[in-house]
Write a protein that binds this ligand. Structure first.
Ligand code: PRX
Length: 650
């Protein structure tokens, strides 16, 4: 039987951008130039994929030498701009440092204690060159892997750019990951060196990083050197002969360094992401295709103008940071804000203070953060003048309409459209996303980016309308992953086996009558209740829409009668009393929001929910604990202690 997901939550509100706003957008300007009148026309014309992406490349890429073919598709492998010589660092840095953006700020960085550093494009270029020369001086060459284990400090983008500049492949590991996680990734990619720092600031304390790095690289003979950036100045263990201070290594280096002319399809980086089973997957991206995808999406989705101040408040350790803190903003010559620390340090208005201080015009964050700010309350926001904001973004998980509306009202002051961008580590850049000219429906990522082609399939590979199914991408896009490092079978199996020549995203979605996509969450996060399939995230969204609920995680418990029954773990807003009456209220509330079928059989109040370092609630861990199964490795969780909050209920 065809797999169906009953989408019971129906969001009907539509938010249209103002005519004046639409008229001034980058995308509209391009449409006018090409005689394209409407959004639908744009989506249709851009399905001439090679024509469209070639047009885009004329705007965003400068090749060292011309390409032979725009795209070469030998499923499941794609190549873009074959035969060309290219390096993303030319577009991200070199051309700005020698051109009109020379004195423009690339980064305004604020440390958690309040220290500020600013880098112009020219300054950033010189720092990158010095490190690139430093790397060469210790024997790092084109094609070598370099691990980067750094917090949100300018050294992180500098390290990535320095690697890419000389053709070395960076493998950034999120600084919140454990020594074990770093070790595993460094061994997998055979890194020759690791770049880290002494420590960094988080919630008013210093977090040591060098110690953890030492632990991680203790049994990795391939790693010859550890380069250590001095951030906190704390005393660190030192291995003479192996460890090098960043500042000492750079002291004698020239601040010019020739950028390696790479093949357009050479790998730029590997980034590890978790799968449903087994070791993390090393997702591979390459220079020119990736560069084109990220710059085109950033320019059109976020409508970047010369005077914008952009803040993507993710961590560079994730794909969001790789694409939209480091490479894309630099390619567009944008000024970015970067912040080191916690959002509630010293107080829950730190973000709003930063936006006011630097006149941030575009903010890009995640639903988890938005819900956290909701639970802090509006008062913290209202203390600040956020009138510089003109556009907002969301990424990482489905945004529940309640959070969408709060973001729209309280952060955007009802004048900023919200770009709910759906994409993955594997896609490299936004794939399903509104443009600033799109009518928005809260909770929907709207339509594919021009040149991208998506659909929702049932189990037999037939397109389904207005019912849940598997989200698939129908043809290659520029930032498409080029494989999994050293795991070609897993690449084939994970993404290409179910529907040959179509990319399986692993997400469930619904396509509505207007062609809008509603992403429900991962395929393995779908409940089967009395023959109906319901997205866990839908029930969670309904719970969170209750004013007393801060966060919720929903799992399915095997039930003889219904297939599965719903169990919810709920964190309440500060100051709300737990009671049986409230449980009843929430039970009824879900019934009202979605339908009786989605009402949880049990609701448990918890103080915290186990989350990944990127803030995603770990339903799998919660489910294992609740069902009395092996929980497995919790070392990559942000708050492993929260697992104890989950009761075993069988
Ligand atoms: O399930 C989708 C969810 O995040 C997954 C990708 O995770 P990751 O590779 O860590 O990259 C996150 C940042 C791009 C997707 O398979 N996801 C991401 N964005 C959205 C989303 N789900 C719904 N709406 C989104 N806007």
């Amino acid at each position: 039987m065809a797999e169906k997901l009953d989408v019971l939550l129906k969001e009907k509100r539509v938010f249209k951008p103002s005519k004046n706003f639409v008229e001034q957008t980058n995308v509209k300007e391009w449409m006018n130039k090409h005689g394209i009148k409407t959004y639908d026309d744009l989506l249709e014309k851009s399905q001439d994929t090679e024509w469209f992406w070639e047009e885009m490349s004329k705007i965003f890429l400068e090749f060292y030498s011309p390409y032979k073919k725009v795209m070469e598709w030998k499923p499941p492998y794609v190549k873009w701009f074959t035969g060309a010589k290219y390096n993303i660092v030319h577009d991200a840095l070199d051309k700005h440092a020698k051109g009109k953006n020379k004195s423009k700020l690339a980064y305004i960085w604020e440390g958690e204690p309040g220290d500020v550093e600013k880098y112009t494009y020219e300054e950033l270029y010189h720092e990158v060159n010095r490190l690139a020369n430093g790397l060469k001086s210790i024997g790092i060459k084109k094609g070598d892997h370099v691990g980067i284990y750094l917090p949100m400090i300018p050294a992180l983008p500098i390290a990535m750019l320095a690697c890419a500049k000389i053709g070395a492949i960076h493998a950034v590991v999120f600084s919140g990951f454990s020594a074990h996680a770093l070790h595993e990734r460094m061994v997998d990619c055979s890194a020759k060196a690791v770049i880290t720092c002494d420590g960094f600031y988080r919630r008013g304390k210093t977090v040591p990083l060098k110690k953890q790095t030492d632990e991680a690289v203790a049994n990795t003979p391939k790693i010859k050197n550890t380069i250590v950036f001095k951030r906190t100045g704390e005393t660190v263990p030192w291995n003479a002969g192996k460890d090098l201070w960043w500042h000492e290594l750079l002291e004698k280096q020239d601040d010019e360094c020739e950028t390696e002319k790479m093949d357009a399809n050479d790998t730029i980086f590997v980034l590890y992401t978790s799968g449903t089973t087994g070791a993390p997957k090393g997702v591979l991206h390459s220079h020119a295709g990736y560069a084109l995808g990220i710059s085109a999406t950033m320019s059109w989705v976020f409508d970047i103008k010369d005077d914008d101040v952009w803040w993507c408040a993710a961590d560079v350790g994730w794909i969001t940071g790789h694409s939209y803190i480091v490479y894309a903003p630099l390619m567009l010559g944008t000024t970015s804000v970067m912040y080191e620390g916690a959002p509630d340090t010293p107080k829950p208005d730190r973000w709003w203070e930063i936006i006011e201080k630097y006149k941030v015009s575009i903010l890009y964050t995640s639903p988890t953060s938005i819900r956290m700010f909701m639970s802090f309350g509006e008062d913290w926001v209202e203390k600040h003048n956020l009138s510089s904001l003109r556009l907002l973004g969301s990424v990482g998980e489905p945004i529940n309409p309640e959070a969408w509306i709060w973001y729209y009202k309280h952060i955007g002051n009802k004048k900023c459209q919200i770009m709910d961008t759906w994409w993955q580590t594997e896609t490299g850049h936004h794939c399903i996303t509104p443009l600033p000219i799109t009518d928005l429906k809260p909770g929907s990522g709207t339509k594919p980016f021009p040149g991208v082609s998506a659909d929702v399939f049932d189990d037999s590979g037939k397109p389904v309308k207005n019912a849940g199914g598997s989200l698939v991408l129908l043809k290659p896009w520029p930032g498409m992953l080029r494989g999994l490092y050293k795991a070609p079978e897993r690449f084939q199996e994970t993404y290409w086996k179910k529907y040959p020549k179509r990319y399986l995203t692993g997400d469930m979605a619904r396509l509505d009558e207007d062609g809008y996509f509603w992403v429900q969450g991962r395929a393995d996060d779908v409940l089967s209740i009395a023959g109906h399939r319901i997205g866990n995230s839908e029930v969670e969204s309904a719970l969170v829409s209750h004013p007393k609920v801060a966060e919720a995680a929903v799992i399915g418990r095997p039930s003889e009668i219904k297939g599965e029954s719903i169990v919810a773990f709920v964190r309440l807003m500060k100051g709300v009393e737990e009671s049986d009456d409230l449980k009843k209220e929430l039970f009824n509330h879900v019934g009202e929001e979605i339908g009786k079928i989605a009402r949880p059989e049990e609701i448990w109040f918890v103080k915290d929910l186990p989350k990944t370092r990127s803030g995603k609630i770990m339903r799998r861990v919660i489910k294992s604990k609740a069902l009395g199964k092996e929980v497995g490795d919790t070392s990559t969780l942000a708050n492993p202690e929260a697992v104890d909050e989950i009761k075993t209920i069988v």
